[in-house]
Write a protein that binds this ligand. Structure first.
Ligand code: HDD
Length: 696
């Protein structure tokens, strides 16, 4: 194991870990001989108050739940490390960015925003991407999202926005959905939400995996170097596997088939040793260039286009260890935008300023008082010394009689430091005390349009379909009309496309056309492709299967990092056509095509004949086809595709390896076939495929 893995593993949780080994005891350490029967007066008599074991067990259970996070309640976390590529001391005094030899342990929590703790993973929503760096100079939290902008410009609107998106208060419906009246009522009346709503209606809101999701710090922050010079900075996390999403229909079905889909994917990838990885990048703007843009750097509803200020890669994040206990670690972790270290500072972004108040405030309630930083997952690796005392659940045993500063009785300790201290950036501020949104924050449409212009055709189609779906769920016509009226300001054709699907009169053409700028970096068509790590592939088999072909497919894809499973009607094994046995990984009745990235059907006349008679097997391949996934058939396997209704599929085995719209067919599982299959899976999805008429 390398040193940095060691570092991450040894994150100081010692002393806090309690296993289930050893004798059963009460919380005071008294051994218990029976935890199945309460103490009673006679075998059939009343339970006695003096049964302290029963009372303690029940009381602890009664108090097991803590308030869930008001937003981002559902999440999944993992430990890992961050390592810079090079030193950035010219830009920042942050020690964890000072050189490639500094490896910093991290804890990362991914989350959805609107749903409750038990809600499904694959809802249309923003994803949280919160990173806690346990640096030698104290904890630094980069509390970001998978979208680079936000709904509102000033934090004072956050309670309004969250009330609007959460389930409606009179009936607590709908759970974890933005497709309802109150959210769209709010956004129609609050045009600053427009840019973020474009992201939310795009495929970014339904990531295939946390491993295939970008992250953004969103705000403009400030790097400060040892001389006190500031540089504006925006943070980006870029996933090594590329940024890939689900199909909306698939995402909805997964909500029922496996509500833990993203959580499970992260967990299993780490357990398999396929450690998810991101690159940290920064966009840097010298202070003197602050006003060079046609938007305000302090406005969190704006990006800096990457073509304008390139993203400079500065280091990598690797997640290599799952938590031991979900509650203790993932639930109790507390992030806070104001957890900064020397070298990183804030700007006057009014959203960020509000966040700097909100996070500490919410943790005080959620984690039951002011000592939550002592919970192992929150505890810094840096030494902690101060005069803060007492409070609920105080775990430190402070010694001595001084808890004030200055003191002489305690030897003047803890003393003020003069090295490595946090020094707030010196910024000149002047102005009237005023409640007003700056003029430079008033353009809500140019970047919404930039986003739209940057999308590939298929992304645009998904966007329109998402707007139609969401607004189509709104009961009030006025809410639908309001939303369409707002979209005209982004693009007339977009507004018409949406209006036509939701029974709203298409708006008049305002006659003014917007700018035609685009930013290729915003399209998922321009992401990384080809890496099969953690891709899930189903191979459908039955008795009489061509076992050699099935195994050739599996072996070649597993070599490339994919997870390949043999699925049959029942668990156990199937007999191969040459008399062998092929172990079955899962019965397809317990899973579904939506849980896989690709499906293959090997030949073997008997196997294909029985699969073709099975409605579930036919549905499996057709649904995978409908969701634009790679579908493969070897030999007679082709007959299952045509029998299932995959369009234009001939039932005769092909004479050579042939690919049409992401469907590959071949006479045998030779090298040419497996390479083509792998190439197609690496493309993620086949968007040019016409699927509208496919009834899966
Ligand atoms: Fe927030 C949680 C990200 C605006 C107030 N937020 C929370 C989490 C993430 C974000 C990732 C979950 C952290 C975890 O996993 O525990 N929030 C953002 C981003 C924002 C943003 C990227 C805009 C750029 N948030 C925002 C505003 C406010 C809050 C404007 C209030 C003024 N956020 C909270 C909170 C939460 C929270 C209420 C709920 C649970 C928690 O903090 O610990 O304080």
């Amino acid at each position: 194991m390398s040193d940095h893995e060691d570092d991450a593993k040894n994150r100081d949780l010692e002393g806090a870990r309690v296993g289930s080994e050893g004798a059963l005891t009460t919380e005071t350490g008294v051994r218990v001989e029976d935890t199945d029967n309460s103490l009673k007066a006679g075998e059939r008599g009343p339970t006695l108050l003096e049964d302290f074991h029963f009372r303690e067990k029940m009381t602890h259970f009664d108090h097991e739940r803590i308030p869930e996070r008001v937003v981002h309640a559902r999440g999944a976390g993992a430990y890992g490390y961050f390592q810079p590529y090079e030193g950035l001391s010219d830009l920042t005094a942050a020690h964890f960015l000072s050189g490639s030899d500094v490896v910093t342990p991290v804890f990362v929590r991914f989350s959805t925003v609107a749903g409750s703790r038990g809600s499904a993973d694959t809802v249309r929503d923003v994803r949280g991407f919160a990173v806690k760096f346990y640096t030698e100079q104290g904890n630094y939290d980069l509390v970001g999202n998978n979208m680079p902008v936000f709904f509102i410009q000033d934090g004072i609107k956050f309670p309004d926005f969250v009330h609007a998106v959460k389930p409606e208060p009179h009936n607590e419906i709908p759970q974890a959905q933005s497709a309802h009246d109150t959210l769209w009522d709010f956004v129609g009346l609050q045009p600053e939400t427009t840019h973020m709503m474009m992201w939310l209606m795009s495929d970014r809101a339904i990531p295939r995996s946390y491993r295939t999701m970008q992250g953004f710090g969103v705000h403009t922050f400030r790097f400060v170097n040892a001389e006190g010079r500031g540089t504006f900075v925006k943070f980006h996390w870029k996933p090594k596997l590329g940024t890939h999403s689900l199909v909306w229909d698939e995402a909805q079905r997964i909500q029922g088939k496996d509500p833990d889909y993203n959580r499970r994917d992260l967990w299993e990838a780490i357990e398999r040793g396929q450690f998810p990885e991101w690159e940290l990048g920064v966009q840097l703007v010298p202070e003197e260039n602050e006003h060079d843009f046609d938007f305000d750097l302090l406005d969190a509803t704006k990006i800096i286009p990457e073509e304008r200020v390139p993203v400079r890669p500065i280091g990598k994040l690797v997640l290599n260890r799952n938590p031991d206990n979900f509650f203790a670690e993932t639930e109790q972790v507390a992030f806070h935008t104001a957890n900064v270290v020397p070298g990183i500072d804030f700007t006057n972004d009014p959203l960020l300023q509000a966040r700097n108040f909100s996070y500490l405030d919410t943790q005080l309630l959620r984690l039951g008082g002011s000592n939550f930083q002592q919970i192992p997952v929150n505890r810094p690796v840096a030494e902690v010394n101060n005069n803060q005392r007492d409070g609920f659940a105080q775990h430190r045993v402070h010694r001595g009689k001084t808890s004030y500063f200055p003191n002489s009785l305690g030897g003047g300790c803890p003393a003020l430091a003069d090295e490595g201290v946090y020094r707030h950036y010196t910024e000149k501020v002047e102005g009237d005390k005023i409640r007003k949104r700056a003029e430079s924050f008033q353009d809500h449409y140019s970047q919404a349009r930039l986003f739209l212009n940057s999308l590939a055709d298929w992304e645009r189609e998904h966007l329109v379909a998402a707007f139609r779906f969401e607004l189509g769920k709104c009961e009030e016509l006025s809410v639908r009309q309001q939303a369409v009226a707002n979209l005209v300001n982004v693009d007339h054709a977009l507004a018409v496309g949406v209006a036509e699907g939701i029974g709203v009169e298409p708006p008049e053409d305002p006659g003014t056309s917007g700018h035609t700028d685009s930013s290729p970096a915003l399209s998922q068509a321009n992401t990384a492709f080809g890496d099969l790590t953690g891709r899930q592939v189903a191979v459908l088999v039955a008795h009489g299967v061509d076992g050699e072909a099935a195994e050739a497919v599996r072996d070649s894809l597993v070599d490339r990092g994919a997870v390949v499973e043999f699925l049959a009607r029942s668990d156990g094994a199937v007999g191969t056509r040459d008399g062998g046995d092929l172990p079955v990984d899962r019965a397809y009745t317990t899973v579904s095509s939506v849980l896989y990235d690709a499906v293959a059907v090997p030949g073997g006349a008997d196997s294909v004949a029985s699969l073709s008679e099975d409605g579930e097997a036919r549905h499996f391949v057709l649904e995978a086809y409908k969701h634009n996934k790679t579908v493969a058939a070897v030999g007679q396997g082709t007959a299952l595709l045509s029998g299932a209704g995959v369009p234009e599929m001939l039932s005769e085995p092909p004479l050579d390896t042939e690919t049409v719209d992401g469907v590959v067919r071949a006479p045998g599982a030779d090298q040419r076939f497996v390479e083509e299959f792998a190439r197609l899976i690496g493309l993620h999805r086949h968007w040019d495929r016409a699927t509208a008429a496919v009834s899966a």
